[in-house]
Ligand binder design. Sequence first.
Ligand SMILES: Nc1ncnc2c1ncn2[C@@H]1O[C@H](COP(=O)(O)OP(=O)(O)O)[C@@H](O)[C@H]1O
Ligand SMILES: O=C(CO)[C@@H](O)[C@H](O)COP(=O)(O)O
Length: 507
Amino acid sequence: MAYVIGVDCGTSGTKTVLFDEKGTVISSVTIEYPMYQPKNGYAEQDPADWANAMINTIKAVMTKSGVNKEDVAGVGISGQMHGLVMLDKDNNVLRKSIIWCDQRTAAEVEEMNEKLGREKLIKITANPALTGWTAAKILWVKNNEPDIYEKCRHILLPKDYLRFILTGEYATEVSDASGMQLLDVPNRCWSKEVCDTLGIDMSMLGKVYESCEVTGKVTKKMAELTGLKEGTIVVGGAGDNAAAAIGTGVAEDGKAFTTIGTSGVVFAHTSSISIDPKGRVHTCCAAVPNAWHVMGVTQGAGLSLKWFRDNFCNAEKETAKCMGVDEYYLMDKEAEKVPVGANRLLYLPYLMGERTPHLDPDARGVFFGLSAMHTKRDMLRAVMEGVSYSLRDCVEVFREMDINVSDMMACGGGGSSPLWRSMLADLYNCPVKTASSKEGPALGVALLAATGAGIYSSVPEACKAVVKTDKVQQPEAERAPEYEKYYKLYTEIYPALKAEFAKLAKM
Ligand SMILES: Nc1ncnc2c1ncn2[C@@H]1O[C@H](COP(=O)(O)OP(=O)(O)O)[C@@H](O)[C@H]1O
Ligand SMILES: O=C(CO)[C@@H](O)[C@H](O)COP(=O)(O)O
């Protein structure tokens, strides 16, 4: 029996899973790390935390499982998208990574629009200039930390930094590179025109591969540190969402998924490229060769619930510890006791600005309708409902683009919540399914590794062989119209506050 490893470098932690070639989990280990927010709207992480977490989780799954290192056919790495890692000539990390949800680059987005023009940017990169994407972050460092920029020789995405640590190769792959805004997305290669116009030296960018191609091999030093065999292949892997697509079988037209991780994403596979002219949803290369995907993003999905837990739910944390259950499980049970609409309380999950559909880095979170009768439990339910309304906003854009999202899977930490899945089913008005494996991105990149190692002949074939549907949540005829009323009101709150968010940001 052959085995494959999937490493997922998420925002809350890095999870490494060792699977057998049929996708059965043999061993899984996660190590968490912090996100730093030195200013309102800033978000950074330390690449050393990612590297240590990867090394230690690989070592742990190898030791725990007792699997012979000769039998590990390959490794795939998935990761949070858009983060900027800068290395100097000696491969030292030059500064903390500015990550996907950081919103400091409004001026650089304007600079990109002035230099390239919005239409040309959409034509080449398939997306308008976006504050969270890597190109704007590179320009921010160039404009604000010129001494650091001067020393920079290599630019890598989070998971590609981990590849560098594991193999010594400077490389990326098409799905994650699409989120840098330097890739010619229709042609799946770096855009010389975009790089030259923005003054970014293309030699700093790694070689671009397809997601299932072999990009390098585990070095002797890393073999000693991780317990892997020297020379084990490492494939391109994928950005976390493109990876989750493979892990949930979303590799053909008509299939879609919603993930509630730190961010929230609604994702649909498209065999030909499809672009929203208003730029509200992203278009990227898929982890399947010759295919693309569209995705709508809510910046603060699971992040909202985590923020609520960390600031207001110490008692629940203690109870969960005593009972030996997950604290989010207890919070779900509390929220279930509150009726639809949270007793007339609405929540806008814009803690880190918002992408779909507003593209507004200045937007911020709101509780709307707070009354003296409300309790923490109502606020908890309102948070979960508000995130679901914002994911429905993504679905609305897809429907406008004629993209079918009725075959919907759910994944990510929040996707494991039956309550959250029922909210999505009611708001999307379609069944929401889960895959029998809960390992979305890690399974996705493990399947890419299995394809790169020749165990499967193609990525869709690997999905068909391994991914199976588990639970199906149907929409509820009674609840759906209730949610619809609240959703309608939800869509009216942001436009009423847009100008005020901008004023607040300037204070
Ligand atoms: N049982 C649960 N019920 C509701 N939400 C949950 C549950 N478990 C995890 N979550 C949510 O999932 C988030 C973490 O999801 P995960 O996919 O691990 O994130 P990331 O990919 O960013 O590391 C948490 O912040 C939390 O909001
Ligand atoms: O920015 C995006 C997608 O465009 C996010 O999906 C990040 O890729 C981070 O994801 P999680 O840590 O929430 O999984």
